[in-house]
Structures are given as C-alpha cells and as structure tokens.
Design a binder for this molecule. Structure first.
Ligand SMILES: Nc1ncnc2c1ncn2[C@@H]1O[C@H](COP(=O)(O)OP(=O)(O)O)[C@@H](O)[C@H]1O
Ligand SMILES: [Mg+2]
Length: 391
C-alpha cells in the first residue's frame, strides 16, 4: 500500500493549519475585553439609522489592531441583524495607498462590477452613497494602516467620506474605523478632520505581556492541533519569547515553527525545546548575503523585493509573475515553474525570505505568502540591480 501517503493531510500534531495563518480571525480575542468595550462605547448609538460612528485604533505591530477591528465589525454586524443592515469593508491602505485606489476598493466591495475607470472621486463617492441607500445598508469602513493613505493622499478622501451626508436628506451612511501603527496619526490630520473624528474616539492598544501571548498561542493550538500534542510548558516558553516584542505575530510564528520541527522529526508532542528564537525576525542579514546566489535566484528575489517595498507580503503566484517580468526586463529566458519553486526554497533556507501557507480555504493547494523580515527589500533590490547593470 501507498503508506507513505499517510503523511499527507494527517499531521501527527496539526489537524488544521488555517488557524496558524495571520488572516484567521479567532471567535474571541484574548485579553482585549477592555478595548472591545471601548469600541462598543464609541459605537453605542449605532442602532440609530441616522447615526454614524468614528473610531481610531492605534498600537504597535502585532498588538492585534487588525484582528480587533475584524472581530468587532463582525460582532456588531451580527448584533445589528434585523435592526440595521451593515456591510463591512476592510481596506489595507498599504496595498491601496492612494485615495482613488481606496475608493475603488470600497466601490468594488459593494458592487463587484463597478467599472475601473471613467468616474471622478466625487462621482464614485455619490454612487457608493446611492448604492448604500438603495439597499438600506450602513457601511462600516475599516481603513487599516491609514497613516500610509494620509501621508500619500492628496485627495483628502477621509475628509470627503466623513462629509458624505453633508446637506443631504439621509444621514448616517458610513461609519469609519481608522487603524494606525503611527501614534501621531492624529497630528497628520487637519483640525477639520480631528473635530469630526473626535479626540475621545481613540482606542490605544498596548503590546501584549507573556501571559496573554501564551493565551493567544494556546487558543490557536486548541483549534489547530490534536489534543495534548502541545505541552503547557511549550506554550509558556512561546509567551516568554514573544513578550520581548509584545507582538502576537511572533507568538504564532514561534508556534508554527515549533510544530513544523516536531512533525518533521516524526514526533507527536511539541516540547519547549522545539521553540527556538532563531526564527525571530531580529536576526538581520547583511545585504551581501545575496552576492553568492545564482543569476535566476537573484532574478526571483528581485521581483519579490520590488513588491515587498509596497506590500506586506506577496503570494507565490504573484512572485512567479514578477519573476517572469524581471526576466523579460533583463532579456533572460525564464526557468521552469518547478525550478522557480526550488529557488524560492533556497532563498528561504538562506534566510532571505520567509514563507507561510496562505489561508487554505481558497482551495488552491500550495499558495504561499512570502515576506522578508530579516532584510530591507529596497536595499536588496538596488544591490541586485546594480550588479545586473554592471554585468
Ligand atoms: N487578542 C488576540 N487574541 C487572539 N489572536 C490575536 C490577538 N491579537 C492578535 N492576534 C493575532 O495575532 C496576529 C497579529 O495581529 P494583528 O491584528 O494582525 O496585529 P496588528 O494589526 O496590530 O499588527 C493575527 O494573526 C491575530 O489574529
Ligand atoms: Mg494590522
């Protein structure tokens, strides 16, 4: 029998890897009752159809800003069921950093056939408004990493959205949650915006402590792993290590790496020894570490760097497309997809990139999200480009 296939789909530890993805939204948050309570306070009048609410969520990387807004939005949508129809739109401004791009994302989320061109921002805003009124819906708009938009947007989109109902018959079309890492976000705004947002509507998130980080890892283990396969001491160690930065992402990353190590050894229990801080992104790499790569490894990496200057991660499919573009640019014949895939693995072994399985519910087997945590993409990019110019 093909016994070797037993390994597929049935890990000794892992039952379901989706909860280890960063995009997974847990059914409840660990240690954020107070912040969720503050959000509920800010939105206390939301049942009133003529009302819209605004909140600003701030905190360092991995303090749970994104997941807090997602959890809150879904909870409030359910809470309002039958009383006020609410649609949620979440735009990450890192991926859509200009006013027109954000507007396009909002329009698309309400109507996927929204045409890409041909309308002014003012027209799009009014068509968004009409769409909402026609469907008797309230829009809960989350602008994640809003500081990037504020810094780059000349169109004053946030201000325009805040005034969307001004002088109109129906009020309360859009509620907005702005999310930012940058604690001085409010300083970037004009006084007119600040007065509309309201100083009191700021929710500030602190970095997590070891105990909460242990709880966050433990929550993922409960849904992702076989019962009893991760020792309590292991979770405690993860919490301790991650507490150095207070970043929940670190806890999940350490957990995933520990599980992978355990399964690779064919063991069924993840022990404290499997938790190694060596995967920490602090371990930074010298740019010169790219010099010894082969030509096509460099070309693959170049495509990835170019995207990661602007985006949080790049999917393996996109990385391949970018590689083809780079090959075209330098007039080199691209290698096969399989070879490209091997190059990715080499880049990962070298510590130049990190990969993790994308949320699997799209049904495509091995899509990976690629990030570069140990180096600056722009630095690597210019180093490779310089070399190719010389060559
Ligand atoms: N309180 C929490 N409970 C459970 N999971 C959390 C919590 N805070 C963060 N996480 C998880 O940690 C990861 C990073 O959180 P995220 O919301 O992306 O942080 P931020 O947006 O502040 O950088 C995500 O996978 C998120 O689901
Ligand atoms: Mg975030």
């Amino acid at each position: 029998m093909a016994g070797y296939l037993d390994r597929i789909g049935a890990g000794k530890v892992l039952l379901d890897k989706a909860p280890l993805s960063y995009d997974w939204v847990p059914p409840s948050l660990i240690g954020r009752d107070e912040e969720l309570g503050e959000m509920a306070g800010i939105f206390s009048q939301i049942e009133n159809h003529e009302t819209s609410c605004q909140a600003v969520v701030m905190g360092p990387v991995g303090s749970g800003k994104t997941v807090l807004t997602r959890r809150f939005a879904e909870d409030i949508q359910r809470h309002l069921e039958g009383r006020r129809k609410t649609v949620i739109t979440h735009v990450n401004c890192r991926n859509h950093p200009t006013g027109p791009q954000v507007l396009q994302q909002i329009a698309l989320s309400l109507d996927e056939r929204h045409p890409e061109r041909g309308f002014s921002p003012g027209e799009i805003i009014q068509s968004i408004r009409r769409n909402l009124i026609t469907h008797d819906s309230h829009l809960l708009l989350i602008l994640d990493e809003a500081d990037i938009l504020v810094n780059r947007d000349q169109s004053d989109l946030i201000y325009k959205l805040l005034r969307i109902d001004e002088g109109k018959e129906n009020q309360g079309t859009i509620s907005m949650i702005l999310v930012s890492q940058n604690l001085s976000l409010m300083k970037l705004f004009e006084p007119a915006i600040i007065s509309r947002l309201g100083q009191s509507n700021i929710v500030e998130m602190q970095p997590y402590n070891a105990e909460t980080l242990t709880g966050i890892a433990s929550q993922r283990v409960e849904v992702a792993c076989r019962t009893g396969s991760v020792a309590d001491e292991t979770l405690a160690k993860i919490g301790q290590f991650a507490a150095e930065s207070g970043d929940a992402r670190m806890a999940i990353e350490l957990l995933e790496a520990a599980i992978r190590r355990t399964e690779k050894d064919g063991r069924g229990e993840v022990l404290p020894d499997d938790v190694r801080p060596s995967t920490l992104r602090k371990a930074s790499l010298e740019p010169s570490s790219v010099d010894n790569l082969s030509q096509h490894q460099k070309l693959s990496l170049l495509g990835i760097c170019r995207r990661l200057k602007k985006a949080e991660y790049v999917s393996s499919g996109d990385a391949h497309k970018l590689y083809l573009l780079v090959c075209e640019e330098y007039e080199v014949k691209p290698r096969s997809y399989t070879t490209f895939w091997k190059h990715l693995k080499t880049l990962e072994t070298e510590g130049l990139i990190e990969t993790r399985a994308a949320n699997t519910n799209v049904g495509r087997g091995r899509t990976q999200h690629i990030t570069m945590n140990n180096t600056a993409p722009a630095t690597i990019e210019s180093r490779i480009e310089r070399e190719f110019l010389r060559g």
